[in-house]
Design a binder for this molecule. Structure first.
Ligand code: GLU
Length: 416
């Protein structure tokens, strides 16, 4: 099996393109076949080096490699011109106002064999003779794709459904050249949760944006694989090895798939929790560009769904309490301040200063004051973190250490 991913370099690699790349790659890797990367760079204006690099970078991050390429479609122009000439010579194509058109028979039909959609029939009466070269001689898209697929001996063309209407034209070009077309598979469209075609408005639209939003490669690959494919009704989590083993086109659906960033978040959170502590720390340190985060990562790992969720939750450990005047007003005024003084006195005597002993001493304060736990814990939390949302209060105190905890509590008492 030889497959190809043939992106046009128009900017960042979008989720739909990434899914197409992934499905091709899974087919190649699962079958011991060959994956070609062909950059469709015939549009000179958009095919900048920067845009090509965006594609390479995104594939690299996803872990999608290729056996051949990146090929440049524009680099094949001499060959395209040769084929155009050949089609004119053989009478399959003719000149029309300087351009070249392929003759489409008036009768009959072209049947596209599609592994997802079954046979799709295109009646010739509905297809006009079409242009394969402009009047300046330059080859057009359908011609270039058909010739490149032929020359690379592509056996399976797997691409988005939006290309289905091009397919009979590409098949006709191949037929005119005396070759059987490859097998096709057109992948279902992607929609947002609102049922509309996927676009920027539905959140992160490109691989780079997902990466920068703190999603990890394993979760993104797993989630992309499920956009139109499923193994059975039960399994949601697939390792990359499992995907290469299990992925087949006959389990790809015809109907539009829904990209729902909330589901990706949930899945990403599950992947993060599953990582060994050192690995999660390493990834968060790489993501945030900070070091020495192990202790804070341990405390936050149950609460984060993306790498980006970590810092807002943990910054207070390193950069001091966040400034949240509402939280201070609510928990550090009047009685809150008095209870904080009690908590401070208790914490000053806790020995050793560990999660368990801290918890015991603060619960004693709660009992002694006849208060609700929250009435003591929240003032402490606001004093050390500045906010009402933080990892576990006892663990956080231990991580900060006695001196720092008491200093922050003192500052809060003074400020209140
Ligand atoms: N270059 C086309 C695109 O980026 C894909 C062409 C193909 O897969 O045949 O949409």
């Amino acid at each position: 099996m030889t497959v190809r991913f043939a992106p046009s370099p128009t900017g960042l690699l979008h989720i739909g393109g990434a899914r197409t790349a992934l499905y091709n790659w899974l087919l190649a890797r699962g079958s011991g076949g060959r994956m070609i990367l062909r950059i469709e760079d015939t549009d000179k204006v958009r095919s900048t080096k920067e845009n090509v690099d965006h594609i390479l970078e995104a594939l690299d991050w996803l872990g999608i490699d290729y056996d051949h390429g990146p090929l440049s479609q524009a680099g094949h122009q001499p060959r395209h011109l040769e084929v155009i000439e050949q089609l004119r010579q053989s009478g399959h194509a003719y000149e029309f106002e300087g351009s070249t058109r392929l003759k489409v028979p008036d009768e009959g039909e072209t049947v596209v064999r599609d592994l997802i959609r079954g046979d799709v029939t295109f009646k010739h009466e509905a297809i006009d003779d079409f242009t394969i070269a402009r009047s300046d001689g330059s080859p057009l898209y359908n011609l270039a794709v058909a010739v490149d697929d032929l020359d690379s001996e592509v056996t399976h063309v797997v691409r988005g459904e939006d290309h289905l209407s091009n397919t009979p034209r590409q098949a006709m070009i191949l037929e005119a050249l005396g070759h059987a077309p490859p097998v096709y598979a057109h992948l279902p469209l992607l929609h947002g949760p609102d049922g509309k075609k996927l676009s920027k408005r539905h959140g992160a639209a490109s691989v780079q944006e997902l990466r920068d939003a703190g999603y990890v490669r394993e979760a993104v690959v797993n989630y992309l694989a499920l956009l139109g494919w499923g193994y059975d009704d039960k399994q949601t989590f697939f390792s990359i090895d499992e995907l290469t083993d299990l992925f087949t086109l006959d389990r790809v659906s015809k109907s539009a798939a829904v990209f729902d960033e909330q589901k990706l978040r949930w899945m990403n959170g599950a992947y993060l929790r599953q990582l060994p502590a050192e690995q999660l720390t390493a990834r968060i340190e790489a993501f945030t560009g900070r070091e020495g985060l192990a202790g804070a990562v341990e405390l936050c790992r149950e609460k984060i769904q993306t790498l980006a969720d970590f810092w807002p939750l943990a910054a207070f450990f390193f950069d001091g309490p966040t400034d949240d005047p509402k939280a201070r007003e609510k928990f550090l005024d009047g009685e809150g301040r008095l209870r904080l003084q009690d908590a401070r006195a208790a914490l000053a005597g806790v020995e050793p200063f560990t999660t368990e002993t801290i918890e015991d001493s603060l619960r004693e304060v709660v009992e002694r004051l006849g208060a609700k736990p929250k009435q003591v814990f929240q003032p402490v939390r606001v004093a050390i973190s500045g906010t009402t949302i933080s990892p576990g209060i006892f663990e956080s105190l231990e991580l900060l250490g006695r001196d720092e905890s008491l200093a922050r509590i003192d500052a809060a008492i003074d400020a209140a």
